[in-house]
Design a protein around this ligand. Structure first.
Ligand code: ADP
Ligand code: SF4
Ligand code: MG
Length: 336
């Protein structure tokens, strides 16, 4: 490990993460139609660090690979290549599996649709107590019940709500329950995949504020995923922009909104009316996302890029200084 990385190690380290999906037709069709196997590169060489206590946001259009990254980071999906380590423990190496088991408790995930992730036949109290029992965090029914009441209060619900079933709550309240369950195991790192995308705007703000309060209180680290730039701006310490399975720009804090550097980031920001890039002409998002099964050569953004030149069609631009763009890296564009 190099000097600098020992001094400031990322709590979460993701290196050259890849995931292909076999999207071939069934065997018989392939033989009859002489069709080759087909693979979709959902995540194609993504690297980033998350520091302890910060919110690292991944933003990008639907299909850019955000959820696939999330599932690999928490160990729900094995990568095709690359590594993930959390608190120095590998999530991807086979032989670290015992340590990984202990690490599990410290990592939780919150999904877009809390209803799908809450057992409809269990009372809320039992749902929240489940990780406490599974990890043997508290012993004795009375103490467990007290802790569940405390967790419900912490997320803005009432201890008596533990007696109800998930369907008796609104979408926002159900997301509060999912958050309480995530906290029940004393998690330190929470991966949130579009946690408020299914909620009304006013409810979204309440849940986002709750998440920020809890982060401050417990020093939580978040990987926060959203397709919504306004939401990301509210939450993020740093932001990674994804396009077709690759990270095209990583920026510190709100920097991205003032000086977007990658042409795709500029296009995304142009499309959001209430995020000011005052005094600039708006062009909006042009063109469609290409088919990820046969992505464009070189820089996969090149068919949509206003700055495209020859090199872009041949070479995949490396991430240099937080941006993966030949034009930026060759100094062909001044910062916006
Ligand atoms: N299990 C799967 N099998 C085949 N393709 C998948 C699977 N999961 C995701 N994909 C594809 O991988 C790409 C990235 O998907 P996803 O990670 O869900 O993106 P996002 O969360 O940014 O919308 C998409 O093209 C999607 O269709
Ligand atoms: S590498 Fe080329 S095509 Fe890709 S974003 Fe930069 S200028 Fe555009
Ligand atoms: Mg997704």
């Amino acid at each position: 490990m190099s000097q600098s990385s020992t001094q400031n190690p990322g709590f979460v380290q993701v290196r050259d993460l890849r995931r292909d999906f076999d999207v071939s037709k069934p065997w018989l069709n392939r033989v009859l139609e002489r069709a080759p196997r087909q693979y979709l590169k959902a995540v194609d060489g993504v690297s980033f660090d998350i520091r302890k206590g910060e919110t690292f946001a991944l933003v990008g259009e639907s299909g850019s690979g955000k959820s696939t990254v999330a599932r690999m980071v928490v160990g729900l999906l094995p990568p095709s290549g690359g590594t993930v380590s959390i608190a120095g423990i590998s999530m991807t190496e086979q032989r670290a599996s015992q340590e990984r088991q202990r690490l599990r408790r410290r990592i939780q995930m919150i999904f877009q649709d809390p209803y799908a992730s809450l057992n409809p036949r269990w009372r809320v109290g039992r749902i929240i107590a489940e990780p406490i029992r599974a990890f043997d965090i508290i012993q004795g029914e009375a103490d467990i019940t007290a802790r569940v009441g405390e967790l419900l209060t912490l997320v803005g619900l009432h201890p008596d709500d533990g007696k109800k079933f998930p369907h008796e709550f609104s979408g926002g309240q159900r997301q509060r329950i999912a958050i309480a369950r995530a906290l029940a195991s004393n998690a330190e790192f929470i991966v949130c995949d579009e946690p408020t995308s299914a909620l009304d705007v006013s409810v979204q703000a309440q849940i986002l504020n709750l998440m920020r309060d809890l982060q401050e209180k417990f020093g939580l680290t978040y990987l926060f995923i959203s397709h919504n730039l306004a939401v990301v701006r509210h939450m993020a310490t740093r932001i990674g922009v994804m396009y077709l399975g690759r990270l095209v720009e990583v920026s510190e804090g709100k920097q991205l909104f003032f000086v977007p550097r990658h042409p795709y980031t500029r296009m995304l920001l142009d499309a959001v009316p209430d995020i000011a890039m005052v005094g600039k002409s708006r062009e909006g998002v042009k063109g469609e996302i290409p088919n990820p099964i046969s992505p464009p050569s070189g820089c996969t953004f090149h068919p949509r890029c206003p700055l495209v030149f020859d090199r872009c069609r041949i070479e995949n631009p490396p991430v240099i200084d937080g941006v993966a763009c030949h034009a930026v890296n060759e100094g062909r564009v001044a910062a916006a």
